[in-house]
Every structure is written in C-alpha cells, then in structure tokens.
Ligand binder design. Structure first.
Ligand SMILES: NC(=O)c1ccc[n+]([C@@H]2O[C@H](COP(=O)([O-])OP(=O)(O)OC[C@H]3O[C@@H](n4cnc5c(N)ncnc54)[C@H](O)[C@@H]3O)[C@@H](O)[C@H]2O)c1
Length: 318
C-alpha cells in the first residue's frame, strides 16, 4: 500500500452510500487532503469499488488519501466520523418528505449495523428527510446527542450566502446569514440577525426586503431546480461534508447550522432541527443563543411541528 502523505497523522472517516453525494464527498475530502483514509461502503459493492478505484487513480495529484471500499460494514472500524448518505434521493417534483418511508426502512437496518462495528464515532447524517433521519439515527444508535447530527441547513445557508453575495456584490465568505429550522420546505431565513461587515442588511444601500424574499425563495427551491436540471445535487453538499469533517478533525470549533437534538424548541418537544451550533472535536454540544423576532419564532415553531409530525410517522415504522 502506497501512502503519499507521511506527515499527516492517521485519520479515517467512513462514508456509507457511494452514490452521487457519497462519492463527491469522498472526492472533496481527497482533494483537500483532510483525512488519510476513507472507507466507502455501499450495498452495491461494485459501485463502491469502482468509485474508490477512480479516486485512487488520481492519488499522484492529491495528498494521497487512501480509499478502501466494499459492502462490508467492518470497514468502518477505526473511523472517527461515519457519514451517512445511503438511501434514495428526490426525483423531479418530489419533496424531501416523500423519501421518508423508504429511507427510514434503510436506517432501521443500517444504524444497528454501524454501531455493531464502531461505538465511538461521530455520526453525520446527510440522507433526507434530514431532520427526521438525524432523530432516528440518534434513537437507534443510543449515542449521546453531541455525537449525532445532520448537515442540516448548512447547504441552504451556503446557497443563501451565495445569492446574497451576488445581490450585494460581496463575497459569500463575508456574509453572516443563516437558514434555520427544517432542511426542507418549512425552513426560514434568520433575517433579523443577518449582517454584512457587521451591518444589518436593512442599513445597506441596496436593501430591499422584496428582493431578499425572492432570494429566500430561490434558496428554498434551489435543490428542486438543480434536480429538475441534472437529476441530483452533489458538488455543494460534497463540499459541505468536507468542511464539517475538517472542522471536527482540525478542532476548528466552527459555527454551522447543523441539525441537532433539541429537547424542546419553540414549545415543541423532542426534535432535531438546524440552529447555529459550534462544531468541535467532540461533536455538537454548544449552541449559539438564539435571538428571534416574533415572526422567526413562529417560523421555527412551524418547522419543529412539521418535523415532530414526521418523526411520529417514522417511529411508527420502527
Ligand atoms: N442533506 C443534504 O443537504 C443533501 C443534499 C443532497 C442529497 N441529499 C440526500 O442524500 C441521499 C443520497 O443522495 P444521492 O444523490 O447520493 O443518492 P444515490 O442514489 O446516488 O446514492 C445512494 C446510495 O446509497 C446506497 N445504499 C442504499 N441503501 C444502502 C445501505 N443500506 N447501505 C449502504 N448503501 C446503501 C445505494 O446503493 C446508492 O449507491 C438522498 O437521500 C438525498 O436526498 C442530502
């Protein structure tokens, strides 16, 4: 076995599901040299092996991440993060909620199989419907809530910052704005605390709430638009996964709107949804205090109620 990066400490992640999202996440991790080993696992062994071979053929151009692949869950041994992308995705015209029954059925078998081979990892959920499956993963794994979370609205937030950047002609990196709540149709923009260079958006020369509402709608419909055009989304979510993995393994303590367990939020008990959260080496134990106006509180409550309703449906299938 040839390793191209001897200076890097051994660090391993596993990706379950070698489809569009899983293989693109592996590519992003490989390009960025974030980990020394990736285990790529799929029920379709050939698919996982093919993606791994293709990734490894580029090793001379990267920092030498080794990729092992197959359908055997034993491959996740030693992984500090297990990224779950297994399951069906949306077809044009479908919502994320439409995937619930099929993907809950997959998780019912998958989560016990994961924890049989790795009881110390962080579980990062990507499969939709994201918030419901993060909750189901938490319950089926029995892990403490700090170690189970979903990519949540990190992708939606990136889409919002991209569009705001285009509109205000500022780099998305300098925009402090979030999409919160459900990773789905009930998500909302946290406009009251959005800032560019420390300034609230309504103090900027180009501020126009109608334009911002349009940007929010574009953001909310972005996945559906891309799926309508190319059938799936993979690049931006692959980068989101790589960013979160880097934040954990490099102990960067970054703030992301990941989906985490909330014993009670906006009067709704026992759900997972996205709030600004500090992502650390040990997981997601710390949230940023939420300052919401009345409208945003109502939107958060709607998100939580919708997710709670779908969790009830999911639990009846376990
Ligand atoms: N959270 C987000 O922001 C976000 C973004 C994009 C896609 N997604 C979701 O990610 C999921 C995957 O999307 P995709 O486009 O990669 O789909 P895909 O169909 O390309 O890949 C899914 C893979 O999972 C595999 N699989 C199914 N059951 C399995 C099991 N029990 N164990 C191991 N592998 C299994 C399939 O064989 C397939 O290769 C979908 O639910 C999609 O909606 C989430």
């Amino acid at each position: 076995m040839v390793h191209g990066n001897n200076h890097r400490a051994h660090s391993k992640v596993a990706i379950i599901g070698a489809g569009f999202v899983g293989s693109t996440a592996a590519y992003a991790l490989t390009l960025q040299g974030i980990v020394s080993e990736i285990a790529l696992i799929d029920v379709c062994k050939k698919k996982a092996e093919g993606e791994a071979a293709d990734l490894m053929h580029g090793m001379q151009f990267t920092s030498g991440t080794h990729v092992v692949a197959g359908d055997d869950m034993k491959l996740i041994k030693g992984a500090s993060i297990v990224i779950i992308t297994a399951g069906i995705g949306q077809k044009p015209g479908q919502s994320r909620s439409d995937l619930l029954a099929t993907n809950v059925k997959i998780f019912k078998e998958l989560i016990p199989a994961i924890i049989k081979h790795n009881k110390t990892c962080i579980l990062l959920v990507v499969t939709n419907p994201l918030d419901v499956l993060t909750y189901i993963t938490l319950k089926l794994s029995g892990f403490e809530p700090c170690r189970v979370f979903g990519t949540g609205t990190v992708l939606d937030t990136a889409r919002l910052r991209f569009s705001l950047g285009e509109y205000f002609e500022v780099s998305p990196k300098d925009i402090d704005a979030f999409i919160l709540g459900e990773h789905g149709d009930a998500e909302f923009a946290w406009w009251s605390q959005a800032r560019i260079g420390g300034a609230p958006l309504d103090t900027l020369a180009r501020y126009d709430q109608k334009q911002l509402n349009q940007i929010f709608n574009q953001t909310k419909n972005a996945a559906a638009d891309v799926i309508e055009k190319k059938g799936f989304t993979n690049f931006a979510i692959g980068l989101v996964i790589a960013k979160i993995v880097r934040a954990i393994l490099s102990e960067q303590s970054r703030v992301f709107s990941v989906s985490t367990y909330q014993p009670e939020v906006a009067g709704v008990k026992d759900v997972c949804l996205s709030l600004p959260t500090i992502v650390r080496l040990n997981g997601v134990c710390d949230h940023i205090p939420l300052i919401l106006n009345d409208q945003e509180y109502g939107q958060l409550r709607l998100s939580a109620q919708k997710i709670r309703h779908e969790i009830n449906q999911a639990e009846s299938m376990l």
